[in-house]
Design a protein around this ligand. Structure first.
Ligand SMILES: *Cc1c(COP(=O)(O)O)cnc(C)c1O
Length: 378
């Protein structure tokens, strides 16, 4: 037997989530699959979403991985080019680039491009991370317009706190974008903004392209709102098995540092997963772990390769019991909150030791019954 620790990926849930958000509001929907598809696998996510309007990745390296895998769909690089060589690659491989800084235009001017490059102008509407300040926009737009190898596609921005309905910055940033005419359509929405009302001065902000990420993977982008309540389905289920169980008498401790002490005679189950797999070391005692479908509390510190759970109240569980750490039956949002982080980080931290396996093939070929239904209905 090989190690049973694996991330099972449900590609039909990825497609379900994409279709769900695509049908909220209007505008095209580019799936954000940066950082290895939020840990789910860059190329497999792109294959599963082969019908997507386009993709967004963080860097040219990621865009090139898609091209090298034969994926020819539209792709935009959210950080744009880091140097002149990346401008050339973008031109050769039909990769669209965000332009957020003067340096990128200087790099562009230092090379001859073999073909026009689609560019998205990034405006800093208040997050103050990257982007041109609104008052710089006219000069940059003129510079792009004067360059026959730059093809302006969209003007974009990114929100600092779209996930928090109580935070006023969302409306302030929207107002910056809505406060003037732009020569091309906008792209403003991450997952949270896509699901929120973007009415400014009585007008819903029109968007050419939205850029949802986390909601595609089945997590809630909005604070205090559950993914299930939003109709989203978990794509990744992180699984393992119980490999040992034994009784520990009341008064003794379990694990490194002896942090957790048994208040009663306790049956300890040992599961083969740890921070070496990306299960968060900061998961506190009490974090739920599903053992054969029953929530059992984590006890003691997370080790590199193992965790321990309290099986005292789950008499049927033992060696070989199936374990879910998060996924279809235990939301990653809930685990993340207990660990003081966000689902994004849990996914991105999964290490290569965790085998990624598909619940089904990562293609969008209709299932036999769907194909049959098509036939019946002519
Ligand atoms: C990562 C990212 C997104 C997607 O954000 P989610 O919160 O995962 O929806 C959208 N736009 C930009 C610029 C990003 O960097």
């Amino acid at each position: 037997m090989t190690r049973p620790t694996r991330a099972v990926l449900n590609w039909s849930h990825l497609r379900h989530n994409y279709e769900l958000v695509r049908n909220v509001g209007s505008g095209r929907t580019y799936a954000v699959i940066k950082a290895n598809g939020y840990g789910h696998g860059l190329v497999n996510c792109a294959r599963a979403l082969s019908a997507a309007d386009g993709f967004a990745v963080a860097c040219v390296d990621e865009a090139m991985q898609l091209r090298e895998a034969g994926i020819q769909r539209k792709v935009v690089v959210l950080q744009g080019a880091y140097d002149a060589a990346e401008w050339k690659l973008a031109a050769e491989h039909n990769i669209q680039l965000v332009v957020h800084h003067e340096q990128q235009l200087a790099d562009r001017d230092s090379v001859t491009l073999s073909a026009p490059v689609g560019v998205w102008l990034k405006i800093n509407s208040g997050m103050n991370r990257v982007g041109f300040r609104p008052e710089q926009a006219d000069a940059v737009l003129a510079r792009i317009a004067a360059d026959d190898k730059l093809d302006l596609r969209h003007v974009m921005t990114h929100f600092a706190a779209a996930d928090d309905r109580q935070d006023d910055s969302f409306m302030a940033q929207l107002q910056v974008m809505a406060g003037r005419e732009w020569p091309v359509s906008l792209s403003v929405s991450n997952s949270a903004a896509l699901l929120r009302d973007k009415t400014v001065n009585g007008q819903p902000l029109a968007e050419g392209v939205r850029r949802p990420g986390i909601c595609l993977y089945g997590c809630s982008p909005i604070l205090g709102e559950s993914a299930a309540g939003l109709g989203l389905k978990a794509v990744m289920t992180l699984e393992s098995k119980v490999i040992s169980s034994h009784w520990v008498p009341a008064g003794e401790t379990v694990g490194y540092g002896g942090d957790w002490r048994a208040e009663r005679d306790t049956r300890v189950g040992v599961i083969t997963i740890g921070y070496g797999d990306g299960y968060p070391r900061h998961a506190p005692s009490g974090t739920p772990v599903l053992v054969d479908g029953v929530e059992c509390p984590l006890i003691g510190r997370v080790s590199m390769d193992m965790i321990t759970v309290d099986l005292t109240d789950h008499a049927n569980a033992g060696i070989g019991s199936h374990v879910e750490l998060w996924g279809e039956n235990l939301s990653a949002d809930r685990i993340a909150a207990l660990c003081g982080t966000i689902s994004y980080e849990l996914f991105c931290q999964l290490t290569p030791r965790v085998k990624r396996v598909a619940r089904e093939l990562p293609t969008d070929t209709p299932s036999p019954c769907a194909a049959a239904a098509c036939k019946t209905h002519g």
